[in-house]
Ligand binder design. Structure first.
Ligand SMILES: [Fe+2]
Ligand SMILES: [Fe+2]
Length: 308
């Protein structure tokens, strides 16, 4: 049994003081947005309580699907590196970046450098190569594949993309790990599903992503970005692939229109008929930051194996 925890949209707070130069960029819109929407409702204490509960479940691995920071200021990116160190051994924590981690041109490059140990595939780690997306990590029966949809966008836009180069490598990694009979988990920040995010926040290349997984197969897709607890299904070769989002790990219980902080825990096991994957959702249920199990259910995924 492999236990995989999923958290997303950390949006570490508080924001450091901004210089005038930093404000005179796309960041001015983000700063105003943060002041009006997030300050107060997205707090460090909420995140700390959630992470403590998640760690108490002793997951084998933690997937973090982006938006670790808010405006991608240097100080924020460094704070996020320190936070990742507290989260776990880089070998057991896999990160993909979100649009807020690539908020302005150049930011993603800095994030990649600072968060490299948590975003490097097995091959790159063994040969001391730089981060390359999508990356592949194999842990037990599970293949973790990290796709980057993060890119700097114009003000008021929060789109992401997947293009031919990443899609081709994603297809090759899915084919390779499919032949090995592994449970394939794709991590991506933006939802690879039409209508899951508003137009100005959507993923560009949804068709390309879906054609790739339809052809090669995957067992689970984890994403963030919408800050919602949702499940969609997309077509695999002959099964439906669950596509799951988790609320922001920093969202307080304060009547905000977004659901309070939560994480998902997947228990994955090989069975005679294929795969068993149980999903437990745990989250904050009151202002005292009490955490409870919100829902527990079995996901149906993967090819069904009929005994010969
Ligand atoms: Fe976010
Ligand atoms: Fe996002």
């Amino acid at each position: 049994m492999f236990h995989l925890a999923h958290i997303s949209d950390i949006h570490l707070s508080p924001l450091p003081a901004l210089t005038l130069r930093e404000l005179v960029s796309k960041r001015i819109t983000g700063y105003v947005n943060w002041r009006s929407n997030r300050k107060g409702s997205m707090t460090g204490s909420t995140l700390d309580v959630l992470v403590a509960d998640m760690k108490a479940q002793a997951p084998d691995h933690i997937a973090v699907t982006g938006d670790l920071v808010n405006l991608a200021l240097d100080e924020e990116l460094e704070t996020a590196q320190r936070w990742l160190k507290t989260l776990g051994d880089p070998a057991n924590v896999s990160v993909v970046p979100g649009n807020h981690d690539a908020y302005v041109p150049g930011a993603l490059k800095k994030a990649r450098r600072l968060w490299e140990p948590w975003m490097r595939g097995d091959l790159e780690a063994a040969e001391n190569l730089p981060v390359e997306f999508p990356y592949l990590r194999i842990r037990g029966d599970v293949a973790l594949i990290g796709v980057s949809s993060a890119r700097a966008t114009a003000p008021f836009m929060a789109t992401g993309d997947i293009r031919e180069r990443q899609a081709a490598k994603l297809g090759a990694l899915l084919a390779e790990t499919g032949k090995l009979g592994l449970f394939r988990v794709i991590m991506i920040h933006h939802p690879p599903v039409r209508g899951a995010a508003p137009t100005h926040k959507r993923l560009l290349g949804i068709g390309l992503f879906q054609r790739t997984v339809h052809k090669q197969g995957a067992e689970l897709v984890l994403h963030g970005h919408t800050h919602l607890a949702t499940q969609y299904n997309i077509n695999g070769p002959d099964w439906q692939i669950p596509v799951i989002c988790v609320p922001s790990a920093s969202q307080g219980f304060d009547g905000n229109h977004k659901p309070p902080s939560a994480f998902n825990l997947f228990s994955i096991a090989r069975t005679n008929a294929g795969w068993s994957c149980t999903m437990v959702e745990r989250g904050i249920v009151d202002e005292q930051l009490t955490i409870r199990t919100l829902r527990e259910h079995e996901l149906t995924t993967g090819a069904v194996v009929t005994p010969a």
